[in-house]
Design a protein around this ligand. Structure first.
Ligand SMILES: Nc1ncnc2c1ncn2[C@@H]1O[C@H](COP(=O)(O)OP(=O)(O)OP(=O)(O)O)[C@@H](O)[C@H]1O
Ligand SMILES: [Mg+2]
Length: 270
């Protein structure tokens, strides 16, 4: 279970970042009062355009960022006060995570298994299951640097799932993958969901959200502007399909940045 309550994350912006974001404010409310709950046995999708605040939200859930305001709990543990327990119960995946090129999938899997306090036999059983499911067994003794992009991605995924976490967080699961590898990643997420795990992903790909997610939270400019199943969101917006619904929500909710110091600093803890 993931419980996100009024999550706010404010970044201080450098001059160059202000120029890049075309704003005259030196802070950015990347997540601005976001609340939602993702339950065991469901895939919850954060759907939003570039810069909406998806990665920021996921990094706060994964304890990689400290929220400026609000609360996040994973399996009942507060991400700020009980970071250790939270990290034990989740696997955080992103395409930016790169495995050390000189090691092998087998070595890394065992290394991280031991780091999580697992015994040799627990690691061996887990490896047989995950490496088998992902077709990694034949490559387990090859150096990461010699593997294809897809195999590297799969190796990174299994390493982050070594401790069999209850919660799986995946920032843009198929970004940069070919359709075959993307399908195997999506199939894995579905099978984890069917095992009763809580899965949360971010995406801006409509077809992925439609096919994969049981419920979706649409995020625009740091705000959750809609939530529900795909048919519910389509119906609420009076649109023909999810893509249309997304355009309606974007048109109605996206505002160009305007500098308002009162709003900008109000409520921010630091
Ligand atoms: N460390 C940072 N310092 C300052 N601003 C940041 C920082 N990280 C993100 N931002 C800004 O916060 C906003 C939200 O960024 P975030 O990466 O969460 O968006 P996203 O929805 O994941 O976008 P994308 O689809 O491009 O991955 C963006 O405007 C981004 O430029
Ligand atoms: Mg992102």
């Amino acid at each position: 279970m993931i419980e996100v309550q009024d999550l706010t994350k404010v970044y201080k912006l450098s001059k160059s970042k202000m120029a890049q974001l075309k704003t005259n404010s030196n802070i950015k409310r990347a997540a601005d009062g976001i609340s939602f709950t993702a339950k065991p046995g469901e895939i919850y999708g954060l759907l939003g355009p570039n810069g909406a605040g998806k990665t920021t939200t996921l990094r706060c859930i994964a304890t990689l960022l400290t929220p400026t305001d609000g609360h996040v709990a994973v399996c009942g543990h507060d991400t700020v006060k009980e970071g250790e327990q939270v990290r034990e119960s989740l696997g955080f995946l992103t395409n930016e995570i790169k495995l050390d090129p000189f090691f092998t999938p087998k070595y890394l899997f065992e290394f991280f298994g031991h780091a999580h306090g697992m015994t040799d036999s627990e690691i061996a059983a887990r490896k047989a299951d995950l490496f088998g499911r992902f077709g990694i067994t034949a490559f387990e003794d090859k150096k990461i640097e010699s593997l294809s992009t897809g195999m590297k991605q799969k190796a990174a995924i299994v390493v982050s799932l070594v401790h069999n976490p209850q919660v799986v967080i995946f920032d843009e699961p198929t970004s940069g993958l070919d359709v075959i590898t993307a399908k195997s990643v999506l199939d894995l997420l579905k099978s984890l969901r069917d095992e009763g795990k809580t899965i949360i992903i971010s995406t801006h790909i409509m077809s992925e959200a439609e096919k994969l997610c049981d419920r979706i939270g649409v995020i625009i400019d740091g705000h959750k502007v809609a939530e529900g199943t795909v048919p519910e969101i389509v119906e609420k917006t009076g649109a023909a399909d999810l893509e249309d619904a997304f355009f309606v929500l974007y048109r109605d909710n996206h505002k160009e940045e305007e500098y308002n110091p009162q709003k900008a600093f109000g409520g921010a803890r630091k």
